[in-house]
Design a binder for this molecule. Structure first.
Ligand SMILES: NC(=O)N[C@@H](O)C(=O)O
Ligand code: NI
Length: 185
């Protein structure tokens, strides 16, 4: 008999809640100073790019991502042991983030899911377990700042089927981001 999957609670993305996993890149809660003769706000050093271990170098890429099918059974997590990885949404669409604390393997009981409002980026710190990008809008686009260089910088761990955990969008219907459910379902 298949038991119903445990649905992860999807939390609003805040700097404080996400702190154990990395940085939230969100100008709406950040200080700035004026530059360019007063014409420009500089939201300075919102996150650090930590990619030089083992001879790594910072690179900038763009991901164009397709939403997965929801409810989404969580089958795997990955980490980048040699570098941080930042995702900056380019089109203003909400998206999901799924993380677990650093450690030898991701602990399924410590999975945390967050919803970005589409104006918030994230910077996973080196070694933080995370699910590959979870877009909620077709062909969504993200600017990525992460590491190129020698060595293996991507560990993947596949869970056994019996962890029976999923991400469902129903819980989002109660939040102001109602449009998400219609976009992704
Ligand atoms: N593999 C890759 O470049 N992307 C993942 O790291 C991801 O977090 O989406
Ligand atoms: Ni990654």
């Amino acid at each position: 008999m298949n038991l119903p999957a445990r649905q992860l609670t999807i939390e609003p993305l805040t700097r404080e809640a996400f702190a154990p996993f990395g940085d939230v890149i969100d100008k709406e809660v950040s200080e700035y100073f004026m530059i360019n003769n007063g014409s420009t706000r500089r939201y300075h050093r919102m996150a650090d790019v930590d990619v030089t271990e083992g001879g790594g170098e910072p690179i900038i890429s763009i991901f164009q991502a397709t939403p997965l099918e929801y409810p989404l059974p969580i089958k795997m997590m990955e980490r980048h042991p040699l570098g941080s990885q930042a995702f900056i949404p380019l089109l203003g669409n909400p998206y999901l983030i799924l993380v677990a604390p650093k450690g030898d393997t991701p602990d399924p009981s410590k999975l945390r899911a967050f919803l970005s409002n589409g104006r918030q980026g994230v910077n996973y710190h080196k070694g933080v377990w995370h699910h590959p990008v979870l877009a909620l809008t077709d062909s969504d686009q993200f600017l990525i700042v992460d590491r190129a260089g020698p060595g293996n910088n991507c560990d993947e761990v596949f869970f056994s089927d019996d962890i029976n955990v999923e991400l469902a969008l129903d819980s989002l219907a109660q939040q102001e981001d109602q449009r998400i459910v219609s976009t992704a379902s």
